[in-house]
Design a protein around this ligand. Sequence first.
Ligand code: XMP
Length: 318
Amino acid sequence: TWTMESFIETTVREIREMVSSEDRVVCALSGGIDSTVTALLVHRAIGDRLVPIFVNNGVLRKNEPEEVLSLMEGLGLKVHYVDASQRFLERLQGVTDPEKKRRIIGYTFIEVFEEEARKIGNVKWLAQGTLYPDVIESVSFRGPSATIKTHHNVGGLPERMQLKLIEPLRELFKDEVREIARELGLPKKVIWRQPFPGPGLAIRILGEVTEERLRILREADAIVTEEMLKSGWYYKVWQSFAVLVPVKTVGVMGDYRTYEHVIAIRCVESQDAMTADWVRLPYELLARLSNRIINEVQGVNRVVYDISSKPPATIEWE
Ligand code: XMP
């Protein structure tokens, strides 16, 4: 019978037989379950000849690079870390169109990844966390959910660098990957991590991405995540996050009028991101989120809760 243990054993053996002893393998890490499980399986097979690459694209969440790196270190992976924030943020300067932001982040990611892979030397393979539904979808149609795949889609790279692909999860569904992740000892936080889009906070800051807006959104988003985790709601919903609405509204603080940004909170339940409904979070939790964001995040004087379902609204605001 097919057990997770035997899947791991078989897969590790197959990878070991496939990759010859001088070859190196690269993969892109995001901190999510698919890329982490993929990296661990390849690492079990060939050790540090796997070089997992983690790119800081400048639009990650608060403390995200540090947390991903320490998690990977704890799992025994030696990560090749690249802080390319400045390159991404410079290219995003003055850009307001959401699809343009996505394209810039997409091709800059590939560019950085390729540069790093070339530095490593003897790289012959690319390992990817492609799942079975991705395989089906990419041959049948490219619907709206195809965007989910843009995260670590290093499209074009295998051909340009003549890399062969290792896709150990390509016959599995998400729930099976979760079982393997548990078997490999990954923490709950990774196994049940909410989806996070490849273009990151750039599509949660409406309009232009600036350092100041990133600071505000990072702080607000960290409060949302912290309170969702603390109250137990984080694991019950599909996604929960903050959005920076770059309009200014009037407020009052002591004897002064303020004129500052609006933070919107988005929290939805969903099966597959194709449809979604807003979550009826308890008023007490919403009140705590609002109070904390307004008191702790400089530059915000108003918090609103998004009560739109998908369709016709989308989950993200851009
Ligand atoms: P929407 O906003 O279209 O989002 O309802 C559906 C799901 O896809 C995620 N999303 C993205 N993921 N790159 C990604 O990797 C993207 O450009 C992107 N846009 C949306 C979104 O977070 C939700 O889970």
